[in-house]
Write a protein that binds this ligand. Structure first.
Ligand SMILES: [Zn+2]
Length: 313
């Protein structure tokens, strides 16, 4: 972590020195290269996942969606692998098979960026205003499908425009099987990935996308990301400002236990781009009409800016 932070020292100072508003006047601030992001395709991919039904581990919808995601990645990536393992759910005692999907773009040695989202959906709508719904699975349009949709569209872009750095897109399973009050029962797939990763795998930057489809998109700097990967947060927010994307706010608001935390614990400087101000979180109302293609595109363009304009390495 420390070494990687030092890599970022110059980027951080540059970002602080330039500020976020005056950048267009500075000749040294080159224009960011951002390939086209197809917002409508991303939104259709969000709808497609929801149409399978809740992607709850152990159900046919989960298995069918996994096959769809694997086939979709295989059309664009150089390598796609399944990482499967058995997991016992804290809340129910049931053991289910979980599968992370790991895809790589560019296989030669060199610096790599990790992009991630969770593809499972929560079996329990335990925040639903109607308590009768608390044991029903959520549709997970925003919570789950939105991040995956953006990354599937980015996979298409990566195939058409080979990036200047290697990129790995990982879809984590079992993010949302956790019990209230037991933070370590969340992010099962990311925990397994972090525990089993090769010591040689050390992406210099990671971005997790979660709940980024909200029509009313408001992304604050997530507290664990600021605490453990501040240079990545600064880089991403600086790029968002330079692209004129107003849904990225400079303040912090929420501290979230999510798939980035196990990665941070093993030294991967991974931030969480998340809009946690979403009234339909863990309810049956988390449906595609609460999301928009424009929101997916705003986040997608910021991530593409990072990939195609990486900090000097
Ligand atoms: Zn969730």
């Amino acid at each position: 972590m420390r070494v990687l932070n030092r890599w970022y020292g110059s980027v951080l100072l540059l970002a602080v020195g330039i500020g976020l508003t005056a950048c267009q006047d500075r000749p040294q601030e080159r224009e960011l290269m951002v390939p086209d992001f197809d917002a409508q395709r991303a939104y259709r991919l969000l709808q497609k996942q929801v149409e399978f039904g809740p992607r709850v581990p152990g159900t046919p919808a989960h298995e069918q969606c996994l096959q769809f995601l694997e086939d979709s990645l295989k059309a664009f990536a150089d390598v796609v692998k399944r990482q499967s393992f058995d997991y016992t759910i804290h809340k129910t005692g049931e053991t289910v098979r979980l599968t992370n999907l790991i895809s790589s773009f560019g296989t030669e040695p060199g610096p790599r960026i990790l992009l991630a989202a969770h593809w499972d959906s929560r079996p329990w709508a335990d925040q639903d205003p109607d308590t009768a719904n608390h044991n029903k699975p959520i549709p997970g349009a925003n919570d789950g499908a939105s991040g995956v949709a953006v990354l599937l569209e980015i996979a298409r872009v990566l195939k058409n425009h080979p990036p200047p750095v290697g990129v790995d897109i990982v879809f984590f399973d079992g993010e949302d099987l956790g019990s209230e009050g037991y933070p370590d029962t969340y992010a099962a797939g990311a925990q397994y990935f972090a525990k089993n990763k090769s010591v040689h795998y050390s992406p210099f930057l990671g971005i997790l996308l979660d709940m980024i489809g909200d029509r009313d998109l408001q992304i604050y700097r997530e507290v664990n990301s600021v605490r453990y990967a501040p240079a990545v947060v600064d880089l991403v927010w600086n790029y968002a400002a330079r692209l004129g994307i107003s849904s990225f706010y400079p303040e912090s608001r929420h501290e979230v236990m999510d798939d980035h935390v196990p990665l941070l614990r093993v030294g991967i400087p991974c931030i969480n781009i998340i809009d946690f101000d979403y009234p339909y979180w863990h309810t049956l109302q988390d449906t595609p009409d609460k999301c928009s293609a424009e929101s997916l595109a705003e986040v997608g363009r910021v991530v593409l800016a990072v990939i195609y304009n990486p900090p000097a390495l």
